[in-house]
Structures are given as structure tokens and as C-alpha cells.
Design a protein around this ligand. Sequence first.
Ligand code: TXA
Ligand code: MG
Length: 499
Amino acid sequence: MKKTGPKAAIFLDRDGTIIEDRGYLTKKEQVCFYPQSFTALKKLQKHFLLFILTNQGGVSQGLQSRSQVDALNEYVVEELAHRGIHITATYCCYHQRSDNCACIKPKNFFPLKAALDYDISLEHSWTMGDHYHDVELGINMGGRGLYVLTGHGEKHKHSLPEDLPHLKDIAEAADYILSNRSAIPSNYLTMKEAAQRLKNGEVVAIPTETVYGLAGAALNEQALLKIFEAKNRPHFDPLILHGSCISDIESLVEYFPEKALQLAERFWPGPLTLVLPRSEIVPDLVTAGLETVAVRIPSHPMAQRIIEMAGTALAAPSANPFGAISPTHASHVQRQLGERIDGIVDGGASSVGIESTIVGYWKGEFQLLRPGGIPQEDIEEVVGPLKSFRTQEGSIPAPGTMKRHYSPKTPMVLQPPGMSAPQKGKIGRLTFGETKYEDCPIQLNLSPRGHLEEAAIHLYDFMRKLDGMGLDLIVADELPKDGLGRGINDRLQRAATKE
Ligand code: TXA
Ligand code: MG
């Protein structure tokens, strides 16, 4: 099959970026294009698919109707088409922030939809707009965002982080993109190409909402062996199998206990892995010879699509060399494993950022085998108090839960916030919330607002950044011990373990 590969995209804000911002528009007579839009977009479309992505909260406030907004968007697209500019799709959020919808900027809902519908490499894609949320959208999707000073740009400029590039208008932004863009690597695949390779028994890195997984067909021993080899992973460490729906999973387990079904109903698709009695068809390579098998349904829409197209459940451990930091962007996989695997699907930044919570069922009891993307408290709402496998006699064997894991090359320590560094030298700090260290020039804050969800998203990326700075020591602050904090502390603890 000829390789086509994914494409790069630009997600363009409409008002204040392509056309003048004149409040909530209802009639096409109100549309006024910035004259520089036409040349800028013509230049960009040589290398990028163009999308318009606009928030029209006036609909929710009753100030414009949905059909007025749609007609106006159509008009903008037609006017651009008359000038030889092709807009691949227009995405519109009709809500206001208080509606708490899934699609408002800076949420990556629409870029992800575009990636699913048009095979977009989000990490090579850009956003552009006159609000900071346009830039945050670029970051959240795993690409880059540019701020333009037209529209509301000049007015809100003071609220931007200092180092953020801002451009005079769409023309300057286009030139900035064209001189800063990078080519999509030839081993990046479309979902269809990836599915074909998986069918052939090859191994491909795919995005999931937790971390990128190195996938191979679950029942194909050749593919399973390749996974272990590419990761340099010991064979005693069992793999998780991924389905796109519960019927993919049913044949892999001996049976679903009632309570496990309740967990599945509440948390799938999503970052929960269930360890259940295995069925006979599961190869020993998957389970490391255990009587149980780990299964999950990821919520990342591209992971689901790839599983469906491959027509098989996929075994997928995190796509990193054994023991190293897990990948939350396609470029992380590319740097660590690119040469050793048969391709990568870029699905943008993983939206959870740490691995799934693993819950095991054995002899009528549920145990927490690994804290992760779903807080223990939420799982206990369904099945009651969980036993922690480390403290229990007769617990389920969980051979892959090494003390040292997720580790940077730089030595690392984990300590309560506010403490001074345990040694001199070039120190980098990994902090959280309001904690600041006056004496330390290198600090990355996982979430200045103190949000655990945000901290999880940044965790591995920031560990990688610190690891690349040539430090003598990384000092990480412990996070609060509730909710996702438990999973994050677990990863930090293991990253800081020496042997
Ligand atoms: O979020 C995730 O779970 C990611 C994404 C790619 O889905 N996958 C992931 O896989 O973290 P991995 O291989 O890095 O971790 C899987 C761990 C094993 O190391 C082991 O601790 C546990 O799952 N596991 C797998 N099968 C098991 C079994 N039958 N019994 C006990 N533990 C098992
Ligand atoms: Mg705007």
C-alpha cells in the first residue's frame, strides 16, 4: 500500500483574526475581511489544511440564532473559496463558558475531531487567534498557538505570558508559521495505514488518553514478541489488551463479575484497566503466564478507530523503553523508539497524562494494582474499599509494578514541598501550586493553579524537559495525596527510586 501519511493543519479563529470582530454577527453584510487574510491563507494552504474554529457564545445567550451563525460561516467560506482558498471544515461552539460544554476553546475537542476525520498530525499543527484561549488551544492539542494583535489582541496583550510570540496580524502569523514549521516525519502514519500494519503483525505507537501505547495485535505472537523487543521489556511483565467496545473484551476474559461490569459501565471508555480471569485464547506472552489478563477500553477516539479498523484487540504497553519516562506526545515516542518500531500515529497531547488505574479482581475481591488516571475514591464508590496490593498477603501478583520506573536519566529525589535541596550543584525543581524557591533558577510548575488534572497532563513532559537540561539533580515536590495526586506521587516516587 502506498504511504500517504497524515497532514498538518491550521485552526483559525474567525472574528478578530480572519474578519473584523464586530460583536456577535447575524448578517453577512456585517462581515468585513481583513485584506491581508487572503494572501496569508493562500500561502498557508500550500502546506496546511485550513480549518475555521470559532466560539459563538451569542447563540447560547439568545443574541444570535444557530442558523444565522451557520449561514454566516458558510458565507465566509464561500467568499474565501471565490479567492481560491479552501477551508476544509468549519467548527463552531455555540455555547458560553458557563454552559460547561465539551467544545469551547481552549478545549481540544474540535482539533481532535479534525484529526479523526482528516488524519491530522496535531503536533505539526497550529492555532491562531486574538485571545489567549486560542493559544492555549494550540498547546492543549499538542501543537503550537499564535496570538495576533488584531481584534481583541491589542487589548488583552498584557495578560499574556512574557515569552509568548505575538504577531501583528494574520499576515505576520502566516510568515511566522512558514519559517517555523517542521516536516512530518515519514514514519508518522494515518489511522488506516496503522491498522494495516497492525493486521500484518507489525507494531505501531498509537495515542491514548493516558499515554501513547506501543500496539500490536493481541493474539499474534510475532507482534507480541516485537513489542517486548522494541521496548527491551522483560517477558515477566504482562501487557494490557485494548478493545474498542466491550464485545472486543468479552472473548479475552473468562467471565465478567457483576461488580467489574459496573466499573466498566461507569469508567469505560477511559483510564481504567481491569485485571480479570483470562480466557484460553489469550497468549501466555500477554499475561506472563498468569491466570489473569489486563483489559481496557481507551477513550481516545483515534485509538478506538484504529482498533476497529485493525479488527482485533491490541496489546499496548506504554511506548517507551522499559523503565524510562512514558510518552504523552508522538514526538516523545519518536525520540525514544522511532527507529525500533513500524510507525507512529500522532493523536496530539494525551489528555489524562498518566497511565490507567489498574484494578484487579481475584477470588471475590478488588485490589488496587496501580494508582492512575481515575482516582481511587471514584472506584471505591462502585466497589467499596480497595485493598492495596503492596500491603496485602495473598494479593494478586502484579509483576510489572517495579519500584524503579518512569525514570529520567538525571538523579531525582522526591520530598515534601518547601524543603531545601539536599545537595549543591545544578538543581532543577518540579513544583506544584503556589510553592516557589527563590534560590533556584530552574523550576517547572506542574500546575500553578494547583489542579491535579493539569499536573498529570504535564508530568511526563516536564520530567523530560528537566532531564534534558544537564542537571545534577531533579528535586520534585510531593503533591497532595488525594484524587489524581496518588497516581502522580506514585510515578514520582518510582522515578526517584535508585535501583
Ligand atoms: O494507561 C495505560 O494503561 C497504558 C496505555 C497505553 O493503555 N498502558 C500501560 O501499560 O501503562 P504498561 O505495560 O506500561 O503497564 C501495564 C502493567 C504491567 O506492568 C503490570 O503491572 C500490569 O499492567 N498488568 C498487566 N497484566 C497484568 C495481570 N494479568 N496481572 C497483574 N498486573 C498486570
Ligand atoms: Mg477572535
